[in-house]
Design a protein around this ligand. Structure first.
Ligand SMILES: O=P(O)(O)OC[C@@H](O)[C@@H](O)c1c[nH]c2ccccc12
Length: 276
């Protein structure tokens, strides 16, 4: 296992190399992403509030708290999470449980994710998909769009405010939602100032790996009214979901708890209930 403090730096160093490798395709990616966005917009993709399909799925969910089910094979903090890697069965289970949306790891080296899983899960489950990666360059958002993602994750901790605002605008211009991930007061302030509509509160500290659901209690009151709030990481009990619901959280994002169970559909239903 990698040491927690170096893991973020290592991931970012690897990502920077990967992004350099994308430069050769950058013109094609930008062109295709723009064309796909034009198609989406003429099909009525944008809601009056300036959000798109991913955010809307959370808002209109018939569940008291919507569920974003994650596809994550391994992680730096937990090692291998699901073995055997029955990716088709996972898709069938999430479809059967009618999850509201998906979060799919696109990061290959540290999470054993793959951009291919994004397009596969989009089709197989038929729900909006969040592109889970470490994004700091617009070309990565173009790539997410071309792979069929509905939303991208933007981690406040690794972005300065101007970059965060520019990436938010780039996502919006491609008819994609952006989930801005925050972990502390500084991140929350950055997200608010950049005008984030959709904010994910990560209970896990990305440098120490410590998980604390109390982070949501501290951060929710700092967000602008009308923010769609997602609680992320370390959620495994119906009591956790009830506690987060009382704070006004609109959705929970759950990875490991679902990924560790053979029957992911049953795992979803016992955490957040069936759709009635
Ligand atoms: O597996 P968990 O504890 O339910 O957590 C899911 C999700 O929040 C976590 O995978 C995550 C949150 N932010 C991230 C950023 C990158 C990679 C992964 C993540």
């Amino acid at each position: 296992m990698e040491s927690p403090s170096s893991f973020l730096a290592q991931i970012l160093a690897d990502k920077r190399r990967e992004v350099e490798g994308l430069r050769a395709s950058a013109a094609d990616l930008a062109y295709l992403a723009r064309k796909l966005a034009e198609e989406a917009v003429s099909a009525g993709a944008e809601a009056p509030e300036g959000t798109f399909a991913f955010a809307r799925a959370l808002v209109v969910s018939p569940r008291p708290v919507a569920v974003i089910a994650e596809v994550k094979r391994r992680s730096p903090s937990r090692g291998t999470i699901r073995e055997p890697w029955d990716v088709y069965a996972v898709a069938r289970g999430y479809a059967e449980a009618q999850v509201d949306a998906l979060s799919v790891l696109a990061e290959r080296v540290h999470f054993a994710g793959d951009p291919l899983y994004v397009s596969f899960f989009r089709r197989a489950v038929g729900r909006p998909v969040l592109w889970k990666d470490f994004v700091f360059d617009p070309v990565q958002i173009d790539l997410a769009r071309v792979h069929g993602a509905d939303a991208v994750l933007l981690i406040a901790r690794i972005l300065d405010e101007a970059t965060l605002a520019a990436l938010l605008e780039h996502a919006r211009s491609l008819a994609l939602d952006a989930l801005v991930e925050v972990h502390d007061e500084f991140d929350a302030e950055k997200a608010v100032r950049a005008g984030a509509r959709l904010v994910g509160i990560n209970h896990r500290d990305l440098t120490s790996f410590r998980v604390d659901l109390g982070v949501s209690e501290r951060i929710v009151p700092l967000l602008s009214p009308g923010t769609i709030v997602v609680a992320e990481s370390g959620i495994s009990r119906p009591e956790d979901v009830a506690r987060l619901a009382r704070l006004g959280v609109r959705a929970v994002l759950v990875g490991e708890h679902f990924m560790r169970q053979a029957d992911v559909a049953a795992a979803v239903r016992s955490l957040v209930g069936p759709i009635s």
